[in-house]
Design a protein around this ligand. Structure first.
Ligand code: FAD
Length: 349
């Protein structure tokens, strides 16, 4: 998978909290652990400081939180003043200027939408809202007529990006973007990259389950990441994954859903139908170099489903793990060859 060249080389791999070693740091390295809330979820950042580079824990926290607040302030649809919310209220078809950061995310979203034939599509925002998963929505299904009306006016191809001017233009005035499936990954990239630039190449950064690591953990071994078993009420793991200098993101139907007339209605929408997913694929975990990409590709593969998604991932050398729900409550594991490589410690291509 080639990385888009417009992306400023700022990011580094990310990680999640899980079975990281509890051993005390080797030699005289110090381990910092920062936790907090952001973007309606939690973040955890662990940093192994090999030598005293003079940066205090509070300065590290400030570095981490400033990156998270930047992304939240630009790309949250939960903040009426954010750049995304202003764009969503802009019902014109003339160009709308955005920041470099938002443009970077829109451009990667557009690339992945085109690559996955629209399975990933940030313009599903109004449908996400209509199905009860938006900022202020009731958890109940919309009417068929409403689904068709909303579906008729979405589509990533109706958003036109101008690379020179960093503007984005709507072909359909009522288009709205939803960056929930990519911007958390971007935030993790930014924190990872800021740590690298500050002289901390060994870290694990996690925001709401999107993760990236740099270097090794405090025991000098690869950071190990657990993949959660879907449907479990208490934290239980399907497996753990060694992750060094790479990113890992998971999308699933088991964290944000409601039951309606005996059926699970989850927050990932198939843009082709305008409806929540109805197949048995419970979760997709993707490992790539960049967390923004892993975040969006995991959602795209979840939309494509266990057969089409698996074929797409193998054909495109994507390191993906799919957990397919069985009638007996268990899960079948589908691993692509590139995910097997990651498990064997060879890392991502
Ligand atoms: P993922 O599986 O990564 O993505 C699913 C989400 O993507 C859906 O919820 C939907 O929004 C969207 N989506 C659905 N179908 C598609 C599709 N086909 N293509 C593309 N996107 C799709 N939540 C709060 O409760 N309060 C907040 O203040 C808040 N602030 C946020 C600020 C930012 C900048 C971001 C990015 C998100 C914020 N959120 C907030 C949402 C929350 O953090 C999670 O993003 C959300 O719960 C989904 O996370 P996930 O990893 O489970 O979903």
């Amino acid at each position: 998978m080639s990385f888009p060249d417009y992306f400023r080389v700022l990011a580094v791999p990310i990680v999640v909290t899980v079975a990281a070693s509890c051993a005390s740091p080797k030699n005289d390295s110090a381990m910092y652990e920062l936790r907090g809330s952001t973007m309606g979820t939690r973040f955890v950042v662990k940093i192994v400081a090999d030598d005293d580079n003079g940066m205090s824990e509070s300065a590290l926290r400030e570095l981490v939180e400033s990156e998270l607040m930047l992304v939240d302030g630009l790309m949250s649809q939960y903040r009426p003043g954010s750049e995304l919310s202003q764009f969503n209220r802009y019902n014109e078809t003339t160009p709308f200027a955005v920041s470099d950061e938002t443009f970077e995310v829109l451009a990667e979203a557009h690339r992945i939408s085109a690559w996955t034939d629209g399975a990933f599509d940030i313009t599903v925002g109004p449908l996400v809202e209509a199905w009860g998963f938006g900022v202020a929505s009731e958890m109940e299904p919309p009417s068929d007529a409403e689904v068709e009306e909303l579906r008729s006016r979405l589509g990533f191809a109706r958003l036109r990006l101008n690379v020179e001017a960093h503007t984005v233009q709507k072909d359909e005035p009522l288009l709205e973007g939803d960056l929930s499936a990519i911007a958390k990954g971007y935030a993790v990239d930014r924190v990872a990259e800021a740590l690298e630039l500050a002289g901390f190449p060994r870290y694990m950064v996690e925001v709401g389950g999107e993760v990236r690591t740099g270097g090794s953990n405090d025991a000098g071994t690869p950071w190990r990441i657990a993949v959660q078993r879907p449907d479990s009420h208490e934290p239980s793991f399907q497996m753990t994954v060694p992750l060094t200098n790479a990113a890992m993101a998971t999308s699933g139907d088991y964290r944000n859903f409601y039951e309606w007339e005996g059926r699970r209605v989850s927050h990932t929408i198939d843009p082709r139908t305008g409806r929540p997913l109805e197949h048995t694929l419970a979760s997709v975990t993707v490992v790539t170099r960049w967390c923004m990409t892993a975040d969006a590709v995991a959602t795209a593969l979840l939309v494509l489903g266990p057969e089409e998604g698996y074929r797409f991932a193998v054909a495109n050398d994507v390191a993906a793990l799919m957990l397919v729900r069985r009638a007996d409550g268990g899960f079948d594991e589908l691993l692509t060859p590139d995910f097997e490589r990651v498990l064997s410690g060879e890392g991502v291509r």
